[in-house]
Structures are given as structure tokens and as C-alpha cells.
Ligand binder design. Sequence first.
Ligand code: HEM
Length: 459
Amino acid sequence: MNTALSIDTPRTLNEYAPSALETINGVRREGFLGWLMKIWREHGDLVHLRMGARSLLLVTHPDHVGHINVTHRESYDKAESYDSIRELLLGNGIVTATGEDWRRQRKLMAPYFTPRGVEKFFPIFLSDTQRLIEHWRSNLQGSGRPVEMLDEMMQVTASVILHSVFSTDSDETLLRIKNLIETMVSHISNMQMRPVQVPQWVPTPGNLRFRRARKLVTAYIHELIARRRALPTEQWPDDLLTKMMTTRDEETGTLMAEQLLLDNGITLFAAGHETTARTLSFLWYALSQNPEVERRMHAELDAVLGDAPPTIDDLKKLPYTLQVVKEVLRLYPAAPMYARDAIAEDELDGFRIPAGTRTIVFAYATHRHPEFWDEPERFDPDRWLPERESARHAYAYHPFATGPRICLGNSFSLLETHVMAAMLARRFKLRLKPGHVPRFDLLGTLGSRNGLPMLIEAR
Ligand code: HEM
């Protein structure tokens, strides 16, 4: 859509500066996500959006996605846009760290998150899904009672991540920590969506709940670390916390500092369970709306899986199920946009981008860009047939971001989602509550404002 006039004479950016009233009405009418989509459709792939004192660059075209994340990445970083989440929740952990601090952490953790590395977590995925199957069988299947699907998926993905990072054993601790971290994450999401910020020191009920949750989670992780340190290392559980506590930095030979262990404990939990739970809940929604896709997926599962739980090798024989997962991540990316800040002046497609510009990389819109996707709104897992996938623009699909700061957990969550989708769809058919029309919007991450109530039926 954008053709550079000349690289030597940077153009002025296409600007959209709605009044406060227009913004409020637009968001009220369309939802925040719908309003941003409308701006993209009406103003093109690169829009300078000015809302009062706020100024953002909305980035959608795959060429621009690659420019910011890959080819010109040294000019963009996680700077001011990440300050509040850095300060309040994630500290200097891997999601929010920058520069050398980030590089060291990424290098240390990367081996545990490669496609082979994450196979170690496969038994956790199996046993947690098995427990959910038993719960659904005894309590919910055929009850005619709709359940909120996101809550069901949050329980199981929280259990997976707490087992994988901390080897948390009791259900009671698991539930307590899950609720506390979710209180913290939702406080920050609400804060970021609010036009007027209430300072953290004001003792509002929300601020007080947040502070209490942070104190309890911090105490829990410190105690876990102290209990491990009191044992001989051979007795430490084989989990990510132990790995972070024992792996020495190759260059400096030092171990991860206690504060950073804490930051990363919270970071991995916060980054690793809600996004996956949302993806799974969207998957059940998409299947309920696309009977032919559901039929093909069921046929594949029935042919390969019999009554036994899947093995890693079985998963390779379930390509259609994985195509369904990828298509869910296209139409319903749990992280529909992510921020990058220009830390140096840059030129993007013939436009001058001053240092300090906040960019929003809009994956939800890229994934519907008509130049790269036929009938973009159609749920079609066949887009992920290998020959079609490899023919596509490399940055037309970025549900996990892209470039060096691509999601660390992408192989983890793809394997987890593949296993859970296969095991649950082999046993159950999930139906959207009759008459319910979900209202998708940006709720920190992508979600349905009125939930996804579903009925669980045995197959
Ligand atoms: C479907 C599930 C998931 C989605 C859609 C997702 C999406 C993303 C996205 C878009 C980013 C980039 C964020 C940004 O630049 O601001 C990211 C970063 C990250 N994600 Fe995920 N994620 C998922 C699951 C996971 C899981 C399961 C884990 C951990 C076990 C995880 C750990 C991380 C980490 C550590 C980063 C920061 C990487 C870095 O900056 O080096 N994610 N994720």
C-alpha cells in the first residue's frame, strides 16, 4: 500500500488525529480493537495516530514488521512503552530486559526452549491434560451447564507452567499462586487500558490488592529458593527454576542473582499461561463454528490415537491438528499487538521516524492483510499446508512477534497446545452456548468481552 517516493527525501507520515470525543465514540461503538482495525482500513499500513498527548505509529505491513523486528532492529527496543510493566511486575526479567542484560538471559534460557528442549515438558502436558479430562468426565460432560472456557483453560495452563517452572506440587498452592499472579497481571492490564492513570501510591482497592498479591508471590518464590538452597543440589527438582539457579553465564561464570530469579519466575508464569489458555479457548470456539474443520480434525485424531494418550511420535502424525492451532493463532492471536520504541532516528519505507517514537506492531491486522491472505476472515487450516506456508511472506504471520525477541516459549506453547487440543478433542465436543455471540476485543490480551460459555459433550 505504501510506495516510497524517494529514500532521500523522507515523506511526512499519514496522520490521524481524532478528537477525544471521536476516540471515545469510536471505541464505544467498535471496541478498542475494532476501532484500531477501522483506522488501519481507512488510513493504510503505516499510520501516525495522535490522541491528545499520546502519539503512536501503527505498523501493519509485513515489510515494516520485518524492518522493525529484524533488519533495523538496532533502532528499536523495549524502552518507555515497557516502563510501567517493568517497574510494577516483571522487573528486569527476560521479557522486559534490554541490551546486554537481555542477551545474557536469553542465551541462558534458550536451550531449554528449543523444539527438542521442550519435549522434556511433554509428561507434564500429558498428566495435566489427563486430570482435566477426568474432571470434565466426572463433573461437566453432558451436564447441559455452560462453563466459561477461558477459566477451564487457565486452570490447566497455569498448572503446566507452575509444574514446569517451580515443580509446585499441592493443588492448594497452585491455585493460590495462580490467583495472585492473575490479580497482578489484570491490575496492570486494566491500568494500561485506562485513559487516566491513578498513581500506585494511592490506596485504591485495586492498588492495595495488587500490592498484597505482589508481596505474597515474592515471599513464595523467595521461600522456594531458600528451601532448595538448604538441600544438597542432587535433590533439587528438575525444573526451570533449578536450571536458572544452577546455569552459569558462559562469559562471566556468575549465577543468576536472587532478584533476577524472582523477576523471571513471575515473568515466565505471566508470559506463559494466559496466552496459551486464550489460544486454546479460541480453538474450541473456532471448532464449534466450523463443523467441517472439526470433522476432519476428529477423523485424524480417531485414526491415529486410539484410546491411549499421544506419544511425541504420534504428534507428528497429527499435522491437521497442528494446522488448526496455527490458524487459530492467525485469526485470534492472543497478543494482537506489541510495542517497540524507536531508540534512534530511522527511516522506514521512505518515512522519517524520530527517536522516541512509540510503535505498535499490529499482528491482528497483518494476519488479515488482503495482499497476503485470501478471504482473510475465513477460518481455513489448509493455509498451513507446507507448500502454501513456505510460499508466504516471512513476516505476514507473527503471533509470537519475530526476530531475536520472538517469544521464547513459542515451541513450548505450540507443543502444549497441540497435545491438549489432540487429547481433549479425542474425548469431547465443545459447543458454544446457543445464542451467544462473543465480542472479541483487546483486554490486555485478546479476549471476548462477554466470555466464551461452552457446553461439554462426550464424543
Ligand atoms: C500461544 C501462546 C503464546 C503467545 C501467543 C505468545 C506471544 C508472545 C509475544 C507476541 C511475545 C513478544 C512480546 C513483546 O515483544 O512485547 C512474547 C514474548 C515472550 N514470551 Fe510468549 N507467547 C506465548 C506463550 C509463551 C509461553 C508458554 C512462554 C514460556 C513458557 C512464553 C514466554 C515468553 C518470553 C520469555 C518472551 C520474551 C522473549 C524475549 O524478549 O526474549 N510465551 N510472547
